[in-house]
Design a binder for this molecule. Structure first.
Ligand code: NAD
Ligand code: MLT
Length: 319
């Protein structure tokens, strides 16, 4: 299928790898990079552009879309499109593109490192040594070998996490409403219902989109059904884990630790989130799942290739 969408001028509004701009320019498309524009300035700028490329910082809300009188394409150099008002874009016949998969290995690798970090108290142990203490007893951990990892969402990232954590000797169980049990078995995940999962899991890692069905998936009622000391990992989206309930479970000891790369609000300013981040048993990172050199080149090239393909031009880029 060939397309002929007229894209002459593109605004790159978040810091996307330079290969994106290079590739667009090599294909005769004019590109401006204007990062961290406040919304009112974005609304002033957007009417000049046929396409907009973002990562997760820029919120492409209905009023931004409304102001984009020439806008034909919104491209997300990443997996989720949560920061784009899809309904507003659709109502104006604007195409929304993303790059699912381009950063999956990076998000998976961060998840696996957070699981191992939680098991061995690496972050508090390292911080204590840097502060001049030698607290060997305080930071004794446990082995992952023989423990059960529950993976909620067995898509691109969830299944890669399963494969890697099996190498540590973890038993992998999981739930995904659209992945049949026989498919899950192919990557050695035992598909169970959520009610079966809660009492079995030593670790729970979430890899779902944030949709109404997954908002507050991990909440007080669920945490109370889990083993005491269960550890929770979220490298997917803020909101899948209820932050108030997680904080209370950490304080009571029902939850033994949490690793969080994503938050309800980013950057976090809510007092509950800030208190959560400060807990000793919490390892928190500032949405770094996709932040690797490799993933950023991949998503940058993928998003520009998609835009070039829409224009009907052939790509003239060799990485
Ligand atoms: P994917 O679409 O490949 O997989 C998501 C899976 O979740 C699908 O198989 C879907 O069926 C399943 N799912 C949907 N509803 C569910 C439910 N109620 N319970 C259990 N499973 C459910 O997505 P992916 O590429 O694996 O990404 C997973 C998440 O990670 C997304 O939220 C994505 O935005 C996020 N992500 C975060 C980072 C980061 O930087 N932290 C990087 C990449 C992706
Ligand atoms: C994604 O959806 O791809 C991630 O959250 C990573 C990012 O925002 O770059």
């Amino acid at each position: 299928m060939s397309y002929n969408v007229k894209v002459q001028r593109v605004l790159v509004a978040d810091a996307v790898d330079a290969s994106c701009v290079d590739l667009l320019k090599k294909n005769g498309i004019e590109v401006d990079c204007k990062y961290k524009l406040p919304k009112d300035q974005l609304i002033v700028e957007i009417p000049k552009y046929d396409a907009l490329i973002v990562r997760s910082d820029t919120k492409v809300t209905a009023d931004v879309i409304e102001a984009g009188k020439k806008l034909k394409v919104i491209g997300r150099a990443g997996a989720g499109v949560d920061n784009i008002d899809i309904n507003a874009a659709t109502s104006k016949n604007i195409l929304v593109l993303n790059t699912p998969g381009g950063n999956a290995i990076s998000a998976c690798e961060l998840t696996c490192s957070l699981i191992t970090t939680l098991a061995r108290n690496v972050v508090p142990g390292a911080a204590s040594l840097k502060a001049g203490r030698w607290d060997r007893k305080l930071y004794s951990g446990h082995e992952l070998y023989g423990k059960t990892l529950a993976i909620l969402g067995l898509g691109r990232i969830g299944r890669e996490v399963a494969i890697r954590m099996q190498a540590w000797g973890m038993k992998t169980i999981g739930y995904d409403p659209i992945v049949p049990a026989e498919d899950a078995r192919k990557f050695n995940v035992e598909a169970l219902t959520l009610e079966q999962i809660w009492p079995q899991a030593d670790y729970i890692t979430v890899h779902t989109p944030l949709i109404p069905e997954t908002r507050n998936l991990i909440c007080e009622a669920v945490l109370n059904k889990c083993r005491k000391g269960v550890r929770i990992v979220n490298v997917a989206r803020g909101g899948i884990i209820n932050e108030v309930d997680l904080l209370n479970a950490l304080k009571s000891g029902q939850c033994g630790g949490a690793a969080l790369d994503v938050f309800e609000q980013e950057p976090p300013t809510d007092p509950v989130t800030l208190e959560l981040i400060q807990q000793n048993q919490v390892v928190a990172t500032p949405h770094l799942g996709a932040s690797t050199a490799e993933a950023q080149v991949r998503v940058a090239v993928e998003i520009s290739e998609q835009i070039i393909a829409l224009t009907g031009r052939s790509q003239e880029y060799t990485a």
